[in-house]
Design a protein around this ligand. Sequence first.
Ligand code: UD1
Ligand code: CA
Length: 483
Amino acid sequence: MGHHHEKHIAVILAAGKGTRFKSKKPKVVHKILGKPMIHYISLAVRWSNPDKVIYVVGHEKQQVIKAINCLNCTYVEQKDQLGTGHAVAVTKPYWENFDGIVMIVNGDLPLVEGETLKNAVKYMEALMRFEGAPTEGGENYRNEKIAGVVLTTKVPNPLGYGRVIKDKNHRIIKIVEEKDATYEEQKIDEINTGIYLFYAPYLKQVIDKLENKNAQKEYYLTDVIQLLNETGKEVYALLVPDYTQFIGVNDRWDLSKAENILRMKYLQFWSYAGATFHNPETVYIEFDVELSPDVEIYQGVSLKGGTSIGEDTVIEENCLIKNSKIGRNVKVLKGSIIEDSVIQDNAVIGPYARIRNNSVIKENAHIGNFVEVKNSTVGENTSAKHLSYLGDAEIGKDVNIGAGTITCNYDGFQKHKTVIKDKAFIGSDTMLVAPVTVGEEAITGSGSVITKDIPDKALGIERAQMKIIENYAEKRKKRDKND
Ligand code: UD1
Ligand code: CA
Protein backbone atom coordinates (compact mmCIF):
# COMPACT_ATOMS: atom_id res chain seq x y z
CA MET A 1 0.00 0.00 0.00
CA GLY A 2 1.13 3.49 -0.68
CA HIS A 3 4.86 3.52 -0.16
CA HIS A 4 6.68 0.76 -1.96
CA HIS A 5 10.11 0.82 -3.54
CA GLU A 6 10.72 0.22 -7.20
CA LYS A 7 13.29 -2.41 -7.78
CA HIS A 8 16.41 -1.53 -9.63
CA ILE A 9 19.09 -3.33 -11.58
CA ALA A 10 22.59 -1.87 -11.77
CA VAL A 11 24.82 -2.06 -14.84
CA ILE A 12 28.49 -1.15 -14.45
CA LEU A 13 30.47 -0.51 -17.63
CA ALA A 14 33.97 -1.96 -17.41
CA ALA A 15 34.79 -3.39 -20.81
CA GLY A 16 37.02 -0.58 -22.05
CA LYS A 17 40.75 -0.87 -22.46
CA GLY A 18 41.64 2.49 -21.04
CA THR A 19 43.90 3.39 -23.96
CA ARG A 20 45.02 6.59 -22.29
CA PHE A 21 46.56 4.59 -19.42
CA LYS A 22 49.21 3.24 -21.80
CA SER A 23 49.17 0.03 -19.81
CA LYS A 24 49.27 -3.72 -20.30
CA LYS A 25 46.59 -3.99 -17.63
CA PRO A 26 42.96 -2.96 -18.14
CA LYS A 27 42.14 0.43 -16.65
CA VAL A 28 39.74 -0.60 -13.89
CA VAL A 29 42.20 -3.04 -12.25
CA HIS A 30 44.73 -0.27 -11.58
CA LYS A 31 44.87 0.32 -7.87
CA ILE A 32 43.71 3.15 -5.66
CA LEU A 33 44.72 2.82 -1.99
CA GLY A 34 45.56 -0.83 -2.51
CA LYS A 35 42.29 -1.87 -4.17
CA PRO A 36 41.43 -2.11 -7.87
CA MET A 37 39.73 1.09 -9.02
CA ILE A 38 36.53 -0.85 -9.83
CA HIS A 39 36.20 -1.79 -6.14
CA TYR A 40 35.07 1.69 -5.12
CA ILE A 41 32.26 2.16 -7.62
CA SER A 42 31.14 -1.40 -6.86
CA LEU A 43 30.82 -0.49 -3.17
CA ALA A 44 28.85 2.65 -3.97
CA VAL A 45 26.52 0.74 -6.28
CA ARG A 46 25.91 -1.93 -3.66
CA TRP A 47 25.06 0.80 -1.14
CA SER A 48 22.10 1.78 -3.35
CA ASN A 49 20.69 -1.73 -2.80
CA PRO A 50 20.16 -3.04 -6.33
CA ASP A 51 18.39 -6.35 -6.91
CA LYS A 52 21.08 -7.36 -9.32
CA VAL A 53 24.51 -6.07 -10.37
CA ILE A 54 25.65 -6.63 -13.95
CA TYR A 55 29.17 -5.86 -15.13
CA VAL A 56 29.98 -5.36 -18.78
CA VAL A 57 33.46 -6.76 -19.33
CA GLY A 58 35.53 -7.22 -22.45
CA HIS A 59 39.14 -6.18 -22.70
CA GLU A 60 41.19 -8.62 -20.54
CA LYS A 61 37.94 -9.72 -18.95
CA GLN A 62 39.42 -12.42 -16.71
CA GLN A 63 41.62 -9.87 -14.96
CA VAL A 64 38.67 -7.54 -14.56
CA ILE A 65 36.37 -10.24 -13.18
CA LYS A 66 39.08 -11.26 -10.72
CA ALA A 67 39.50 -7.66 -9.58
CA ILE A 68 35.73 -7.23 -9.14
CA ASN A 69 35.71 -10.37 -6.99
CA CYS A 70 31.92 -10.68 -6.70
CA LEU A 71 30.34 -14.11 -6.75
CA ASN A 72 26.67 -13.21 -7.06
CA CYS A 73 27.21 -10.60 -9.77
CA THR A 74 26.51 -11.15 -13.45
CA TYR A 75 29.23 -10.63 -16.04
CA VAL A 76 28.25 -9.88 -19.61
CA GLU A 77 30.86 -9.88 -22.32
CA GLN A 78 31.15 -7.06 -24.82
CA LYS A 79 33.51 -8.55 -27.38
CA ASP A 80 34.31 -5.35 -29.25
CA GLN A 81 34.25 -2.05 -27.42
CA LEU A 82 32.03 -0.07 -29.78
CA GLY A 83 30.95 2.52 -27.23
CA THR A 84 28.98 2.97 -24.02
CA GLY A 85 25.64 2.60 -25.83
CA HIS A 86 26.75 -0.70 -27.33
CA ALA A 87 27.98 -1.82 -23.88
CA VAL A 88 24.50 -1.29 -22.44
CA ALA A 89 22.87 -2.93 -25.45
CA VAL A 90 24.67 -6.22 -24.77
CA THR A 91 23.05 -6.33 -21.30
CA LYS A 92 19.53 -5.98 -22.69
CA PRO A 93 18.56 -9.65 -22.19
CA TYR A 94 19.01 -9.10 -18.44
CA TRP A 95 16.49 -6.27 -18.11
CA GLU A 96 14.25 -6.28 -21.18
CA ASN A 97 11.41 -7.87 -19.25
CA PHE A 98 12.04 -5.89 -16.09
CA ASP A 99 9.47 -3.36 -14.92
CA GLY A 100 11.74 -1.05 -12.99
CA ILE A 101 14.81 1.15 -13.08
CA VAL A 102 18.10 0.29 -14.74
CA MET A 103 20.93 2.25 -13.17
CA ILE A 104 23.94 2.54 -15.47
CA VAL A 105 27.30 3.60 -14.09
CA ASN A 106 30.65 4.06 -15.81
CA GLY A 107 33.28 1.82 -14.20
CA ASP A 108 35.87 4.59 -14.05
CA LEU A 109 34.21 6.67 -11.33
CA PRO A 110 35.92 5.64 -8.07
CA LEU A 111 34.92 8.72 -6.09
CA VAL A 112 31.15 8.42 -6.29
CA GLU A 113 29.51 8.00 -2.90
CA GLY A 114 26.96 5.32 -2.17
CA GLU A 115 24.61 7.93 -0.75
CA THR A 116 24.64 9.80 -4.07
CA LEU A 117 23.45 6.70 -5.92
CA LYS A 118 20.84 5.96 -3.27
CA ASN A 119 19.47 9.48 -3.60
CA ALA A 120 19.48 9.21 -7.38
CA VAL A 121 17.28 6.10 -7.20
CA LYS A 122 14.90 7.86 -4.80
CA TYR A 123 14.72 10.86 -7.11
CA MET A 124 13.94 8.73 -10.15
CA GLU A 125 11.30 6.83 -8.18
CA ALA A 126 9.72 10.07 -7.06
CA LEU A 127 9.59 11.44 -10.61
CA MET A 128 8.08 8.24 -11.94
CA ARG A 129 5.58 7.70 -9.22
CA PHE A 130 3.85 10.96 -8.56
CA GLU A 131 2.13 13.64 -10.45
CA GLY A 132 0.66 15.43 -7.47
CA ALA A 133 -0.77 13.54 -4.49
CA PRO A 134 -1.40 9.79 -4.29
CA THR A 135 -4.75 8.85 -5.77
CA GLU A 136 -7.68 7.45 -3.89
CA GLY A 137 -7.07 3.96 -2.55
CA GLY A 138 -3.40 4.69 -1.86
CA GLU A 139 -2.05 3.55 -5.21
CA ASN A 140 0.48 5.96 -6.61
CA TYR A 141 -0.08 7.51 -9.95
CA ARG A 142 2.63 6.71 -12.43
CA ASN A 143 3.97 9.50 -14.56
CA GLU A 144 4.32 7.65 -17.83
CA LYS A 145 6.42 10.31 -19.47
CA ILE A 146 9.44 9.89 -17.22
CA ALA A 147 12.10 7.84 -18.97
CA GLY A 148 15.23 8.70 -17.07
CA VAL A 149 17.48 10.77 -14.88
CA VAL A 150 21.08 11.68 -15.62
CA LEU A 151 23.35 12.78 -12.79
CA THR A 152 25.09 15.98 -13.81
CA THR A 153 27.50 18.35 -12.12
CA LYS A 154 29.14 21.70 -12.79
CA VAL A 155 32.91 21.59 -13.05
CA PRO A 156 35.58 24.30 -13.19
CA ASN A 157 37.03 22.70 -16.30
CA PRO A 158 34.58 20.62 -18.38
CA LEU A 159 37.24 19.58 -20.91
CA GLY A 160 36.78 15.99 -22.06
CA TYR A 161 33.31 15.45 -20.58
CA GLY A 162 29.93 15.27 -22.33
CA ARG A 163 28.08 18.61 -22.04
CA VAL A 164 24.46 18.62 -20.89
CA ILE A 165 22.04 20.71 -22.90
CA LYS A 166 18.76 21.17 -21.10
CA ASP A 167 15.69 23.38 -20.91
CA LYS A 168 14.60 25.61 -18.03
CA ASN A 169 12.89 22.70 -16.27
CA HIS A 170 16.06 20.58 -16.10
CA ARG A 171 14.76 18.40 -18.89
CA ILE A 172 17.68 17.23 -20.99
CA ILE A 173 17.52 17.97 -24.69
CA LYS A 174 20.74 16.20 -25.50
CA ILE A 175 24.27 15.43 -24.32
CA VAL A 176 27.12 16.35 -26.66
CA GLU A 177 30.54 14.76 -26.37
CA GLU A 178 33.58 17.02 -26.26
CA LYS A 179 34.70 15.95 -29.71
CA ASP A 180 31.30 16.60 -31.28
CA ALA A 181 30.54 19.85 -29.48
CA THR A 182 30.35 23.21 -31.19
CA TYR A 183 32.38 26.07 -29.77
CA GLU A 184 29.27 27.39 -28.01
CA GLU A 185 28.43 23.96 -26.55
CA GLN A 186 31.96 23.56 -25.25
CA LYS A 187 31.40 26.58 -23.01
CA ILE A 188 28.70 24.74 -21.06
CA ASP A 189 30.08 23.76 -17.66
CA GLU A 190 27.36 21.27 -16.70
CA ILE A 191 28.65 17.81 -17.56
CA ASN A 192 27.37 14.27 -17.80
CA THR A 193 28.79 12.35 -14.81
CA GLY A 194 28.34 8.96 -16.52
CA ILE A 195 25.56 7.87 -14.13
CA TYR A 196 22.08 7.27 -15.53
CA LEU A 197 18.77 5.83 -14.41
CA PHE A 198 16.31 4.65 -17.04
CA TYR A 199 12.92 3.07 -16.86
CA ALA A 200 13.74 -0.32 -18.38
CA PRO A 201 10.74 -0.72 -20.74
CA TYR A 202 11.51 2.65 -22.36
CA LEU A 203 15.24 2.07 -22.59
CA LYS A 204 14.47 -1.24 -24.30
CA GLN A 205 12.58 0.60 -27.06
CA VAL A 206 15.52 2.78 -28.06
CA ILE A 207 18.77 1.01 -27.11
CA ASP A 208 19.10 -0.82 -30.43
CA LYS A 209 18.40 2.31 -32.44
CA LEU A 210 21.68 4.06 -31.62
CA GLU A 211 23.96 5.04 -34.48
CA ASN A 212 27.66 5.76 -34.52
CA LYS A 213 27.67 8.81 -36.78
CA ASN A 214 29.93 10.93 -34.61
CA ALA A 215 33.52 12.05 -34.24
CA GLN A 216 34.58 8.83 -32.46
CA LYS A 217 32.50 6.40 -34.57
CA GLU A 218 31.10 4.99 -31.34
CA TYR A 219 27.62 4.06 -30.16
CA TYR A 220 27.12 6.66 -27.45
CA LEU A 221 24.78 5.78 -24.58
CA THR A 222 24.11 9.50 -24.25
CA ASP A 223 22.29 9.48 -27.60
CA VAL A 224 19.39 7.50 -26.09
CA ILE A 225 18.17 10.79 -24.64
CA GLN A 226 17.38 12.29 -28.03
CA LEU A 227 15.76 9.02 -29.11
CA LEU A 228 13.57 9.04 -25.99
CA ASN A 229 12.69 12.70 -26.55
CA GLU A 230 11.57 11.83 -30.07
CA THR A 231 9.03 9.37 -28.65
CA GLY A 232 7.67 12.00 -26.25
CA LYS A 233 9.44 10.67 -23.19
CA GLU A 234 11.38 12.87 -20.76
CA VAL A 235 14.84 12.63 -19.21
CA TYR A 236 15.80 14.96 -16.38
CA ALA A 237 19.09 16.16 -14.98
CA LEU A 238 19.81 15.69 -11.29
CA LEU A 239 22.50 18.27 -10.66
CA VAL A 240 24.81 17.18 -7.83
CA PRO A 241 26.77 20.10 -6.32
CA ASP A 242 29.89 18.18 -5.22
CA TYR A 243 31.74 17.72 -8.51
CA THR A 244 34.77 16.07 -6.88
CA GLN A 245 32.80 12.80 -6.75
CA PHE A 246 32.68 12.60 -10.51
CA ILE A 247 36.26 12.70 -11.71
CA GLY A 248 36.28 10.19 -14.55
CA VAL A 249 39.60 8.36 -14.41
CA ASN A 250 40.81 8.27 -18.01
CA ASP A 251 44.58 8.41 -17.53
CA ARG A 252 47.12 7.80 -14.79
CA TRP A 253 47.19 11.40 -13.70
CA ASP A 254 43.41 11.22 -13.11
CA LEU A 255 44.15 8.06 -11.09
CA SER A 256 46.63 9.96 -8.90
CA LYS A 257 44.20 12.82 -8.40
CA ALA A 258 41.38 10.42 -7.53
CA GLU A 259 43.61 8.55 -5.09
CA ASN A 260 44.58 11.77 -3.35
CA ILE A 261 40.96 12.78 -2.93
CA LEU A 262 39.99 9.36 -1.54
CA ARG A 263 43.08 9.28 0.69
CA MET A 264 42.19 12.58 2.31
CA LYS A 265 38.60 11.43 2.71
CA TYR A 266 39.66 8.28 4.58
CA LEU A 267 42.20 10.22 6.68
CA GLN A 268 39.41 12.59 7.63
CA PHE A 269 37.24 9.62 8.53
CA TRP A 270 39.94 8.15 10.81
CA SER A 271 40.65 11.55 12.25
CA TYR A 272 37.00 11.91 13.28
CA ALA A 273 37.26 8.37 14.68
CA GLY A 274 40.03 9.52 17.06
CA ALA A 275 43.37 9.33 15.23
CA THR A 276 45.82 12.25 15.02
CA PHE A 277 47.77 12.85 11.80
CA HIS A 278 50.70 15.20 11.60
CA ASN A 279 51.13 16.55 8.09
CA PRO A 280 48.32 14.37 6.65
CA GLU A 281 49.19 15.35 3.07
CA THR A 282 52.14 12.94 3.34
CA VAL A 283 50.37 10.03 5.04
CA TYR A 284 49.24 7.07 2.91
CA ILE A 285 46.69 4.67 4.36
CA GLU A 286 45.15 1.89 2.27
CA PHE A 287 41.51 0.89 2.18
CA ASP A 288 41.67 -2.14 4.52
CA VAL A 289 43.68 -0.44 7.29
CA GLU A 290 42.04 -0.05 10.70
CA LEU A 291 43.03 2.53 13.29
CA SER A 292 42.03 2.82 16.95
CA PRO A 293 41.37 5.94 18.99
CA ASP A 294 44.36 7.92 20.22
CA VAL A 295 46.66 6.62 17.55
CA GLU A 296 49.21 9.23 16.50
CA ILE A 297 50.78 9.17 13.07
CA TYR A 298 53.61 11.37 11.82
CA GLN A 299 54.57 12.43 8.35
CA GLY A 300 55.54 10.11 5.56
CA VAL A 301 53.95 7.02 7.14
CA SER A 302 52.51 4.32 4.83
CA LEU A 303 50.06 1.80 6.23
CA LYS A 304 49.23 -0.91 3.73
CA GLY A 305 47.13 -4.03 3.26
CA GLY A 306 45.17 -5.33 6.24
CA THR A 307 47.18 -3.46 8.86
CA SER A 308 45.56 -2.59 12.18
CA ILE A 309 46.91 -0.22 14.82
CA GLY A 310 45.90 -0.40 18.50
CA GLU A 311 45.02 2.40 20.90
CA ASP A 312 47.65 4.91 22.03
CA THR A 313 50.21 3.66 19.54
CA VAL A 314 52.57 6.20 18.00
CA ILE A 315 54.07 5.76 14.55
CA GLU A 316 56.90 8.13 13.84
CA GLU A 317 58.10 9.62 10.56
CA ASN A 318 58.61 7.55 7.40
CA CYS A 319 57.54 4.14 8.68
CA LEU A 320 56.11 1.49 6.36
CA ILE A 321 53.73 -1.06 7.87
CA LYS A 322 52.10 -3.71 5.70
CA ASN A 323 49.70 -6.54 6.56
CA SER A 324 50.58 -6.32 10.23
CA LYS A 325 48.81 -6.11 13.54
CA ILE A 326 50.22 -3.52 15.90
CA GLY A 327 49.00 -3.62 19.52
CA ARG A 328 48.26 -0.90 22.03
CA ASN A 329 50.71 1.71 23.21
CA VAL A 330 53.40 0.54 20.84
CA LYS A 331 56.09 2.94 19.68
CA VAL A 332 57.20 2.50 16.11
CA LEU A 333 60.08 4.91 15.84
CA LYS A 334 61.32 6.69 12.73
CA GLY A 335 62.06 4.87 9.52
CA SER A 336 60.97 1.37 10.59
CA ILE A 337 59.53 -1.27 8.27
CA ILE A 338 57.11 -3.94 9.50
CA GLU A 339 55.61 -6.52 7.13
CA ASP A 340 53.34 -9.54 7.72
CA SER A 341 54.04 -9.46 11.45
CA VAL A 342 52.50 -8.91 14.86
CA ILE A 343 53.72 -6.38 17.40
CA GLN A 344 52.18 -6.78 20.83
CA ASP A 345 51.26 -4.13 23.39
CA ASN A 346 53.88 -1.73 24.77
CA ALA A 347 56.66 -2.89 22.47
CA VAL A 348 59.17 -0.40 21.07
CA ILE A 349 60.34 -0.78 17.48
CA GLY A 350 63.10 1.22 15.82
CA PRO A 351 64.26 3.70 14.84
CA TYR A 352 65.25 2.03 11.55
CA ALA A 353 64.19 -1.50 12.46
CA ARG A 354 62.93 -4.06 9.95
CA ILE A 355 60.50 -6.80 10.98
CA ARG A 356 59.09 -9.23 8.44
CA ASN A 357 57.82 -12.72 7.46
CA ASN A 358 55.43 -13.64 10.25
CA SER A 359 57.49 -12.36 13.12
CA VAL A 360 55.88 -11.85 16.50
CA ILE A 361 57.28 -9.26 18.86
CA LYS A 362 55.70 -9.79 22.25
CA GLU A 363 54.69 -7.35 24.97
CA ASN A 364 57.27 -4.84 26.15
CA ALA A 365 59.95 -6.18 23.83
CA HIS A 366 62.37 -3.67 22.33
CA ILE A 367 63.73 -4.02 18.81
CA GLY A 368 66.15 -1.17 18.30
CA ASN A 369 68.00 0.57 15.51
CA PHE A 370 69.28 -1.40 12.54
CA VAL A 371 67.87 -4.66 13.83
CA GLU A 372 66.28 -7.02 11.32
CA VAL A 373 63.87 -9.69 12.54
CA LYS A 374 62.69 -12.32 10.07
CA ASN A 375 60.28 -15.18 10.73
CA SER A 376 61.06 -15.03 14.44
CA THR A 377 59.33 -14.78 17.78
CA VAL A 378 60.75 -12.36 20.31
CA GLY A 379 59.46 -12.90 23.85
CA GLU A 380 58.14 -10.47 26.45
CA ASN A 381 60.59 -7.90 27.81
CA THR A 382 63.32 -9.12 25.51
CA SER A 383 65.52 -6.50 23.92
CA ALA A 384 67.70 -6.44 20.86
CA LYS A 385 68.53 -2.79 20.71
CA HIS A 386 71.31 -2.47 18.16
CA LEU A 387 72.56 -3.77 14.82
CA SER A 388 71.41 -7.40 14.76
CA TYR A 389 69.95 -10.02 12.44
CA LEU A 390 67.49 -12.41 14.02
CA GLY A 391 66.17 -14.88 11.44
CA ASP A 392 64.19 -18.10 12.02
CA ALA A 393 64.69 -17.65 15.74
CA GLU A 394 62.55 -18.43 18.74
CA ILE A 395 63.59 -16.11 21.50
CA GLY A 396 62.12 -16.35 24.99
CA LYS A 397 61.31 -13.65 27.49
CA ASP A 398 63.68 -11.33 29.38
CA VAL A 399 66.48 -12.11 26.95
CA ASN A 400 69.16 -9.55 26.18
CA ILE A 401 70.56 -9.66 22.69
CA GLY A 402 73.83 -7.72 22.54
CA ALA A 403 74.71 -5.36 19.71
CA GLY A 404 75.86 -7.03 16.53
CA THR A 405 74.38 -10.45 17.28
CA ILE A 406 73.66 -12.50 14.18
CA THR A 407 71.75 -15.71 13.69
CA CYS A 408 73.65 -17.56 10.95
CA ASN A 409 70.47 -19.26 9.75
CA TYR A 410 71.48 -20.18 6.22
CA ASP A 411 74.16 -22.70 5.28
CA GLY A 412 73.85 -22.06 1.58
CA PHE A 413 71.25 -24.78 1.16
CA GLN A 414 68.71 -24.61 3.95
CA LYS A 415 67.45 -22.30 6.67
CA HIS A 416 67.94 -23.45 10.27
CA LYS A 417 66.39 -22.48 13.55
CA THR A 418 67.95 -20.72 16.53
CA VAL A 419 66.35 -21.14 19.95
CA ILE A 420 67.22 -18.75 22.76
CA LYS A 421 65.51 -19.53 26.03
CA ASP A 422 64.19 -17.20 28.75
CA LYS A 423 66.64 -14.84 30.51
CA ALA A 424 69.58 -15.78 28.30
CA PHE A 425 72.23 -13.13 27.82
CA ILE A 426 73.75 -12.97 24.34
CA GLY A 427 77.02 -11.05 24.38
CA SER A 428 77.67 -8.47 21.71
CA ASP A 429 78.78 -9.72 18.32
CA THR A 430 77.76 -13.32 18.94
CA MET A 431 77.37 -15.48 15.82
CA LEU A 432 74.74 -18.14 16.47
CA VAL A 433 75.32 -20.85 13.88
CA ALA A 434 71.94 -22.55 13.49
CA PRO A 435 70.58 -25.04 14.28
CA VAL A 436 71.55 -24.12 17.82
CA THR A 437 69.94 -23.69 21.23
CA VAL A 438 70.99 -21.34 24.01
CA GLY A 439 69.55 -22.51 27.34
CA GLU A 440 67.69 -20.61 30.04
CA GLU A 441 69.86 -18.01 31.75
CA ALA A 442 72.77 -19.13 29.58
CA ILE A 443 75.37 -16.58 28.51
CA THR A 444 77.49 -16.19 25.41
CA GLY A 445 80.84 -14.42 25.43
CA SER A 446 81.15 -11.37 23.20
CA GLY A 447 82.48 -12.16 19.78
CA SER A 448 81.88 -15.89 20.08
CA VAL A 449 80.89 -18.13 17.20
CA ILE A 450 78.40 -20.49 18.83
CA THR A 451 78.21 -23.83 17.05
CA LYS A 452 77.07 -26.06 19.91
CA ASP A 453 74.00 -25.94 22.14
CA ILE A 454 74.60 -24.16 25.45
CA PRO A 455 72.94 -25.78 28.50
CA ASP A 456 70.83 -23.74 30.95
CA LYS A 457 72.87 -21.27 33.03
CA ALA A 458 76.15 -22.15 31.24
CA LEU A 459 78.55 -19.80 29.51
CA GLY A 460 79.39 -20.47 25.88
CA ILE A 461 82.58 -18.77 24.81
CA GLU A 462 84.69 -19.22 21.72
CA ARG A 463 87.59 -16.86 21.64
CA ALA A 464 91.40 -17.06 21.19
CA GLN A 465 93.35 -16.27 24.36
CA MET A 466 94.02 -12.55 24.54
CA LYS A 467 97.73 -11.59 24.89
CA ILE A 468 99.25 -8.54 26.54
CA ILE A 469 102.60 -7.37 25.24
CA GLU A 470 104.04 -4.76 27.61
CA ASN A 471 105.64 -1.62 26.24
CA TYR A 472 104.77 -2.52 22.69
CA ALA A 473 104.51 1.14 21.58
CA GLU A 474 108.19 1.77 22.37
CA LYS A 475 109.32 -1.41 20.62
CA ARG A 476 107.45 -0.30 17.51
CA LYS A 477 109.18 3.09 17.46
CA LYS A 478 112.64 1.43 17.63
CA ARG A 479 111.75 -0.90 14.80
CA ASP A 480 110.78 2.09 12.63
CA LYS A 481 114.19 3.78 13.20
CA ASN A 482 116.14 0.64 12.21
CA ASP A 483 114.36 0.48 8.83
C1 UD1 B 1 31.71 9.15 -20.93
C2 UD1 B 1 30.46 9.86 -21.48
C3 UD1 B 1 30.60 11.36 -21.21
C4 UD1 B 1 30.75 11.61 -19.73
C5 UD1 B 1 31.93 10.81 -19.18
C6 UD1 B 1 31.93 10.89 -17.67
C7 UD1 B 1 29.66 8.59 -23.40
C8 UD1 B 1 29.55 8.54 -24.87
N1 UD1 B 1 30.31 9.61 -22.89
O1 UD1 B 1 32.81 9.60 -21.67
O2 UD1 B 1 29.42 12.02 -21.69
O3 UD1 B 1 30.93 13.00 -19.49
O4 UD1 B 1 31.82 9.41 -19.53
O5 UD1 B 1 33.12 10.38 -17.12
O6 UD1 B 1 29.15 7.71 -22.74
N2 UD1 B 1 33.03 1.26 -21.84
C9 UD1 B 1 32.64 -0.01 -22.13
N3 UD1 B 1 32.49 -0.38 -23.45
C10 UD1 B 1 32.73 0.50 -24.45
C11 UD1 B 1 33.13 1.81 -24.14
C12 UD1 B 1 33.27 2.16 -22.82
O7 UD1 B 1 32.41 -0.84 -21.25
O8 UD1 B 1 32.57 0.09 -25.62
C13 UD1 B 1 33.20 1.64 -20.42
C14 UD1 B 1 34.61 2.05 -20.09
O9 UD1 B 1 35.36 0.94 -19.64
C15 UD1 B 1 34.40 3.10 -19.00
C16 UD1 B 1 33.04 3.66 -19.28
O10 UD1 B 1 32.40 2.77 -20.16
O11 UD1 B 1 34.41 2.52 -17.71
C17 UD1 B 1 33.10 5.07 -19.90
O12 UD1 B 1 33.81 5.00 -21.11
P1 UD1 B 1 34.86 6.12 -21.50
O13 UD1 B 1 35.45 5.75 -22.81
O14 UD1 B 1 35.77 6.39 -20.38
O15 UD1 B 1 33.88 7.36 -21.73
P2 UD1 B 1 34.26 8.90 -21.65
O16 UD1 B 1 34.95 9.28 -22.91
O17 UD1 B 1 34.92 9.19 -20.38
CA1 CA C 1 35.77 7.99 -18.75
